[in-house]
Design a binder for this molecule. Structure first.
Ligand code: GYE
Length: 333
């Protein structure tokens, strides 16, 4: 066999083995990255820390979480903080340590003091969603806030109180405030002052009624003992306004006539009070936000980036609205 033929055949063989390795035989298996888990609601266990039970709004909010979790097939671990901040922090730490819990949602009782537990949740790889109420502090420590613009709710109430007191010789207004330190209490007060003071309203009394009818009534009774020189009452929620209405009646004043009354929440009770003619206006704060919270939780687990605020949709309702009865009949809470 001539040298020339030998080298030709050798070249062909080498070429063939090169092609085979490049195309044919599977290269040794590289360690493929495991397929990325795509979370579904059925996979998700969410630990939700509720504030406790205050009134109609909170009851509707709690029902929204429990009912939509059932509908979506989500495993919900519901923690009732009984309106006790220490209990709420302890519950948060419990969810961080709980291997079953994938994501944590919280309605913070107060805005301050969450830095450390949020850092712990982050270190534990558990996304956190704020529901209904904000916290002060570093936005990087939570995924998003689902809820209302409380400052804007306050502004709306202030603007409406200006309209109700138009032409009134004096514009003394009393404010029933939510639980001290909570973002709705802080922000609604800020928003109300921003617009109310533009028309010369003077806030001559302001005190917490802790979102309750009983305390709303007691605080108003105490003020009425001192003076009846009041033209308007701003209840930061419906329940406290209901308490003020009772106190005014017992003091011989006609609520919504002698004293204009505006509340926030727009629960069924507020519509009934407007239909009864004892409440002038209610500014809506939507409690049915659980589906948005769950959507955000799932997106977070699937690594999606979310806006830092997912606003809830809200309106204003008037006691003198000719369609009030129909509107009230169509309300979900
Ligand atoms: O306005 C009040 C409830 O956090 C927005 O809490 C909520 C407030 C609501 O007790 O009725």
């Amino acid at each position: 066999m001539s040298k020339k033929l030998f080298y030709k055949m050798l070249a062909v063989l080498m070429l063939a083995s090169f092609v085979l390795t490049a195309c044919g035989s599977p290269a040794p298996a590289a360690t493929e990255a495991p397929a990325k888990k795509v979370w579904t609601y059925a996979d998700m266990t969410i630990g939700f820390l509720q504030t406790g039970s205050e009134g109609g709004w909170r009851a509707a909010n709690t029902a929204s979480f429990k009912e939509s979790a059932e509908q979506l097939g989500i495993n919900l671990k519901f923690y009732d903080s009984q309106n006790d901040l220490a209990k709420q922090v302890a519950g948060f730490q419990q969810f961080i340590a709980d291997p079953e819990v994938d994501v944590i949602a919280i309605s913070p009782l107060e805005a301050a003091g969450w830095e450390q537990v949020l850092k712990d949740a982050k270190a534990a790889g558990k996304p956190v969603i704020l529901s209904d109420r904000r916290i002060d502090g570093n936005e990087d420590l939570y995924v998003t806030f689902v809820g209302a613009d409380f400052v804007e709710e306050g502004r709306k109430a202030g603007t409406e109180m200006c309209k109700l007191l138009e032409g009134s010789a004096s514009k003394n207004v009393w404010e029933l405030v939510g639980n001290v330190g909570s973002s709705p209490a802080i922000d609604r007060g800020k928003g109300f002052r921003e617009t109310a003071e533009k028309c010369g309203i003077v806030i001559t009394n302001s005190q917490t009624g802790n979102w309750s009818i009983v305390e709303g009534k007691q605080v108003t009774e105490a003020w009425l003992k001192e003076s009846k020189d009041v033209q308007g009452i701003f209840g930061q929620n419906d329940e406290m306004a209901f308490g003020a209405i009772e106190a005014l009646k017992e003091a011989g004043l006609v609520p919504a006539v002698d004293v204009k009354i505006i509340s926030v929440d727009a629960t069924a009770g507020a519509f009934q009070a407007m239909l009864d003619g004892t409440l002038n206006i209610t500014v809506e704060c939507n409690p049915l936000i659980a589906p948005q919270v769950y959507e955000a939780a799932l997106a977070a687990l699937n690594g999606e980036t979310l806006p830092k605020w997912i606003p809830s949709i809200e309106g204003v309702f008037y006691g003198d609205d000719p369609n009030l009865k129909e509107i009230a009949a169509g309300r979900k809470y």
